[in-house]
Design a binder for this molecule. Structure first.
Ligand code: TXA
Ligand code: MG
Length: 315
């Protein structure tokens, strides 16, 4: 089932499907998520199955309120300050699980911490409210591939394998949520909410996680978000075997993330355009996706992070 022009009935139905243990893909302000009841071992196992996701890579639990989050995990003073300012929104917090939580151990990959997010998207909120239970939702792509920012991209990867896909149009932000681990506050994944935004609220330093900090961020794999074609970064003059994904006023781009060099627009277009170029490359002789340099400021940090993973050697 794919729905267009979402009505309240459809989000209500999606919530009911989730409550019944089914798998439903739905839009959030960042990317589309593949949702399932976070308290159901069986539903969560199906998520790992259909995505082909390694079981050691834990999922983000999505909630419809701060109260719901507090039923699951422990929030220290500083984190409470952050969630009060930044939720609902495109930021996830990795916090200690409470003793009496009912989250499936498959969600957390057996860790004693849990990643939680209260999304801002109205459609996502309506679905979560209708479900009435915490919903685990990784990005709705096959594992290791590019996150989807539209319903048709979800369909390309997961069509026929899941119970429903809700079409809420293109995602507003376009890259996944910022992930913060608390105590001490550490950035695990850059997103639209920046370390500076966090520093402003807490007045304290934000640590950056190391590239190979495999314990704190099991999912921060070096090669990720990968198109099938190789990717080369910071390119001014593409080689004859390359197509250029441009940024700013470049004349020779096949697609341009933002001709006016607007980083928010570039983030919104990034995954969609990488997919489009990848599909085109599989049909003709061009072999490599070359990408213009993108400033490493604001959401440009998140864009460069995703591009770096897309261009990393595959194992
Ligand atoms: O914007 C988003 O966050 C989207 C939408 C759907 O909400 N979701 C998303 O989920 O990007 P996913 O599964 O693609 O990424 C979740 C990341 C993984 O890198 C995983 O390793 C990390 O969260 N994560 C989850 N639980 C963790 C934990 N306890 N400790 C450290 N990292 C954790
Ligand atoms: Mg993902």
């Amino acid at each position: 089932m794919i729905t267009k022009n979402l009505e309240i009935d459809e989000t209500f139905l999606a919530g009911k499907l989730l409550r019944d243990g089914k798998l439903v893909a739905f839009p959030t302000e960042t990317v589309y998520g593949l949702g399932a009841r976070a308290d159901s071992d069986n539903s969560i196992k199906r998520i790992f199955d259909v995505k082909g996701r390694p079981s050691f890579n834990p999922l983000i639990v999505h909630v419809a309120s701060i109260r719901m989050a507090k039923d699951i995990a422990i929030f220290d003073k500083q984190t409470l300050k952050l969630i009060n300012k930044l939720w609902p929104g495109p930021i996830t917090f990795v916090v200690p699980l409470k003793n009496d939580h009912n989250i499936s151990k498959f969600v957390t990959a057996g860790l004693d911490s849990v990643a939680i997010r209260f999304p801002k998207s109205t459609i996502a909120q309506q679905i979560l409210l209708s479900a009435g239970v915490p919903i685990a939702a990784p990005s709705a792509n096959l594992s290791g591939r590019i996150s989807p920012t539209s319903a048709s991209e979800v369909f390309e990867d997961l069509g026929g394998k899941i119970n429903a896909i809700l079409d809420g149009g293109p995602c507003e932000v376009g890259v996944e949520s910022t992930i913060i681990k608390t105590d001490p506050i550490t950035l695990l994944r850059p997103g639209v909410i920046s370390p500076e935004d966090i520093r402003h609220i807490t007045g304290t330093e934000v640590f950056l996680s190391h590239e190979d900090a495999s314990i704190t961020a099991p999912g921060q794999l070096k090669s990720h978000y990968a198109p099938k074609a190789p990717v080369r970064l910071n390119v001014h003059n593409p080689e004859p075997n390359e197509v250029l994904l441009g940024f700013g006023d470049v004349g020779n781009a096949t697609l341009n993330l933002s001709p006016s060099a607007n980083l928010s627009e570039a983030a919104k277009n990034l995954f969609y355009m990488l997919r489009k170029l990848d599909q085109a490359l599989s049909k003709d002789d061009f072999k490599v996706i070359a990408v213009s340099p993108i400033p490493k400021i604001g959401i440009g940090l998140a864009i460069n992070d995703r591009l770096k993973r897309a261009s990393a050697p595959r194992y």
